[in-house]
Ligand binder design. Structure first.
Ligand SMILES: [Zn+2]
Length: 348
């Protein structure tokens, strides 16, 4: 009886301990799962003069140098900031992290990444990855979304009719009618960016011909990186991934074109860096199952999207989510940077 009693006391005791420990177990589980979380931040341009840049170009791509520094200081407080490569090891379960992890990325390879963002990253001792559209780097070529936005803005200021050049470029009448109804240059730029690459280039050629004189030269801030800048940053620990070769919307291109683009971009970047390149950012965030298969075949292991999501262990490495930040996304009610808004943005 005694034995039975002591065993049932022991059982009861174990149960009591178990139930009392349950909330702690949950807490530990939560901490454990937080520790497996990876937040990938996405930036585009970092600019010294935000007011000027906002007049000239797509505002959703801009962060001022000052706000960028504040973002990174906040991120450094709240996360263990790792290179994308190390952050991916956390997602693969190959590395443990005591705190939630963040990785910093940039798309498009703007020259200001070197001039403005790089010094801040160095000062704070933080790693980052820049995804570059390889065929543009080291050339005077600008990205289509910037060209379209600038031309659309000029057309509006000069009251130029865009239907004629768009028709000349071979754009379907329904598409032209739909675009003509969009008054804001941003809406027009969005409508024209999502075209197959060859057609988009033709449209741009015809728009430049029609609007060029009124538009004048493109703003200097739209320039992309030189290869020497890439080399210097790579030397200092910044890593580079591919953002495709031509910056086409991959889901609108034929598969052989996509495959050629991926292979060219990877080869070119590897030759320039002298090391393997396995990371990719989908232009405009567009991908599909078929694109992912081509990606894997080309030798890419990690690809980031623009889907607003925190990544967890076991997630699909060819479709990782990102939190894209810009000046606008962390402005408070006063119109200035707000730490509270920034914290909310990071929390999703
Ligand atoms: Zn891009």
């Amino acid at each position: 009886v005694k034995e039975e009693m002591s065993s049932s006391v022991a059982k009861f005791g174990r149960r009591a301990i178990k139930s009392a420990a349950a909330p702690f177990a949950q807490l530990f589980q939560r901490l454990e799962s937080d520790a497996g979380q990876v937040t990938i931040l996405g930036y585009h341009r970092v600019v010294a003069d935000i007011a000027q840049a906002e007049r000239d170009s797509i505002f959703g791509l801009l962060t001022s140098t000052e706000t960028f520094r504040r973002h990174l200081e906040l991120v450094r407080e709240q996360y263990e900031v790792l290179s994308l490569e190390e952050a991916v090891r956390v997602l693969r379960g190959e590395r443990r992290a005591a705190r939630p992890v963040a990785a910093i990325t940039f798309d498009d390879g703007y020259r200001d990444n070197y001039e403005q963002a790089f010094p801040v990253l160095q000062r704070l001792g933080l790693p980052a990855t820049i995804f570059v559209p390889t065929s543009y780097i080291g050339t005077a070529r600008l990205l289509d979304h910037d060209r379209i936005y600038w031309l659309a803005q000029a057309a509006r200021v000069c009251r130029l009719e865009l239907a004629v050049p768009l028709r000349k470029a071979g754009l379907a009448p329904e598409k032209i009618a739909a675009l003509n109804s969009k008054l804001h240059p941003l809406a027009l730029a969005e409508g024209l960016v999502y075209l197959p690459f060859d057609l988009r280039e033709r449209v741009l050629g015809c728009l430049e011909e029609a609007v060029g004189e009124c538009a004048g030269s493109y703003p200097a801030g739209l320039a992309l990186l030189e290869w020497e800048m890439v080399a210097e940053m790579a030397e200092a620990g910044i890593s580079f991934g591919s953002h495709s070769d031509q910056h086409a919307v991959l889901t609108l291109e034929a598969e052989p074109e996509v495959e050629r683009d991926l292979v060219n971009s990877k080869r070119l970047l590897e030759a320039r860096l002298g090391r393997p390149v396995r990371h990719f950012a989908y232009p405009n965030g567009c991908y599909s199952g078929a694109i992912k298969r081509l990606m894997a075949r080309a030798g890419f292991e990690v690809a980031v999207t623009t889907e607003r999501r925190i990544n967890r262990r076991g997630d699909d490495l060819l479709a990782l989510g990102r939190i894209c930040l810009c000046e606008e996304s962390t402005r408070g009610l006063t119109g200035r940077y707000s730490r509270a808004v920034a914290r909310l943005r990071l929390a999703i």
